[in-house]
Design a binder for this molecule. Structure first.
Ligand SMILES: [Fe+2]
Ligand SMILES: [Fe+2]
Length: 218
């Protein structure tokens, strides 16, 4: 169950969570997780310093179940009451966002904050009308410093070379949307080239950013 009354995680609580998460995953996955945490902290300092502890927690938890096999993910979805559509079943790599989010309240109840859970839930696909916290974890996962995939490197360079830190907040927020929109274009192009299905949440996420962009121009 989500809990909106939880207090901000303390540095000590985050240290304990980091160690608990480390034991749940391979060294390689933990290296990525730690890099996402650092990128989430950097992005928080630009956009919402008050949310940094919450977003560090979300980053630490985002790939909690990533290393489970497709069959284990499906079994976990079944046991957690997560319905999978036929399209979902064609994209097993997206299951871990659902299972990780669903496990937080029972496995790490002191981090079952609404913003942690939703940021974990939508970190792979995005969704329409993403919250700032969801956008930060989504982007941190795409451009963390451990990523060497060409699209990720290109997006990381695109983001930081524009110097968002010297932008006014309104421009900085628009720029965040612009970079996330680019990431959806990259993801959709890659999925098309593989003949893979595209999550309806990703299509909705991209469309909602396009609508927000059109509204800003009015
Ligand atoms: Fe992930
Ligand atoms: Fe990840």
């Amino acid at each position: 169950m989500m809990n909106q009354t939880l207090t901000m995680p303390t540095p000590e609580a985050l240290d304990a969570l980091r160690e608990a998460v480390r034991t749940e995953m391979s060294p390689g996955r933990f290296e990525h997780t730690a890099a996402v945490e650092e990128m989430a902290a950097r992005l928080s300092s630009l956009y919402c310093p008050e949310k940094e502890p919450i977003l560090r927690a979300a980053a630490l938890l985002h790939d909690l179940t990533k290393e489970k096999k497709a069959s284990e993910q499906e079994a976990l979805c079944e046991s957690l009451g997560i319905a999978l559509s036929p399209t979902d079943r064609l994209s097993p790599k997206t299951h871990h966002a659902k299972t990780a989010a669903a496990l937080i309240p029972t496995v790490f109840p002191s981090f079952a904050h609404e913003e942690v859970i939703s940021a974990v839930r939508y970190h792979t696909t995005g969704r329409a009308d993403m919250t700032l916290g969801e956008k930060i974890i989504y982007l941190a996962d795409y451009i963390d410093e451990s990523r060497t995939f060409p699209d990720c490197v290109a997006l990381r360079v695109c983001f930081w070379s524009a110097h968002p830190e010297i932008m006014e907040m309104e421009e900085r927020l628009d720029f965040l949307d612009k970079v996330i929109l680019l990431s959806f274009d990259m993801t959709i192009r890659a999925l098309l080239s593989e003949g893979a299905p595209i999550s309806p949440d990703t299509v909705s996420a991209r469309n909602s950013l396009l609508c927000a962009k059109a509204k800003r121009k009015i």
